[in-house]
Design a protein around this ligand. Structure first.
Ligand code: SF4
Length: 204
């Protein structure tokens, strides 16, 4: 199936889950990101957004959520950059009995200026947080943050998210220059959260 379409893809299916594409904005500028490598395609879905969708547009794109195993906020943008929209959609999905996961850079507290994890925990079951690297130097090299202190802020967010009651997984991409996957795994273990080794360009 060709992914090129006139209509923006707001909801797309991967592994039986419904993925939501609610923004193109990011706090990071990851050098490994498809959008910084001249493509907006993820697994044959063209995730180009000409504008940010409304809550109603996203809900319409989901349709009947019970067809899916889980609702996952994950596009070529950081879902928490549209925090209120994320919360509203997640609330509606929880009301319909769905499990909700957010794939995130873990920088929402830094961006919002306060701890948002208690509010998220009311409507989000799982967080997959991009650890990306075992230290700030390697992290900054690969993710090129727009804000100072991103690495520490992401680790602090991870601790708070766990404390707030969400199931947290840290992830890093195996094979990126300088990234020590074993050390990344030890960081996750030290924080008492899960770890997932990712492969470049595999979304999920
Ligand atoms: S946070 Fe995700 S979407 Fe944003 S630049 Fe990095 S890889 Fe791309």
């Amino acid at each position: 199936m060709s992914a090129k379409t006139e209509t923006p893809i707001l909801a797309y299916e991967i592994h039986g889950n419904c993925y939501l594409n609610i923004t193109s904005e990011c706090t990071l500028r990851c050098q490994f990101c498809p959008k910084y490598n001249r493509t907006w395609e993820v697994q044959e879905y063209d995730l180009t957004l000409t504008r940010e969708p409304t809550v109603d547009e996203v809900l319409e794109a989901i349709g009947d959520p019970s067809r899916y195993k889980q609702i996952v906020f994950c596009g070529l943008g950081e879902p928490t950059k549209r925090f209120d929209v994320l919360i509203e959609i997640a609330h509606e999905m929880k009301r319909k009995g769905m499990s909700v996961r957010v794939n995130t850079d873990g920088l929402a507290n830094l961006v919002e200026g306060h701890d948002v994890t208690p509010e998220m925990a009311k409507v989000v079951d799982e967080l997959s947080i991009s650890l990306n690297a075992q230290n700030e130097e390697v992290y900054n090299r690969h993710t090129r943050p727009r804000r100072e202190g991103a690495f520490e802020a992401m680790l602090d967010f991870t601790k708070k998210a766990k404390k707030a009651g969400m199931a947290v997984t840290l992830s890093a991409i195996d094979g990126l220059e300088g990234v020590d996957i074993d050390q990344c795994q030890r960081i996750a273990e030290g924080m008492g959260v899960e770890f997932r080794r990712r492969v470049l360009d595999n979304v999920g």
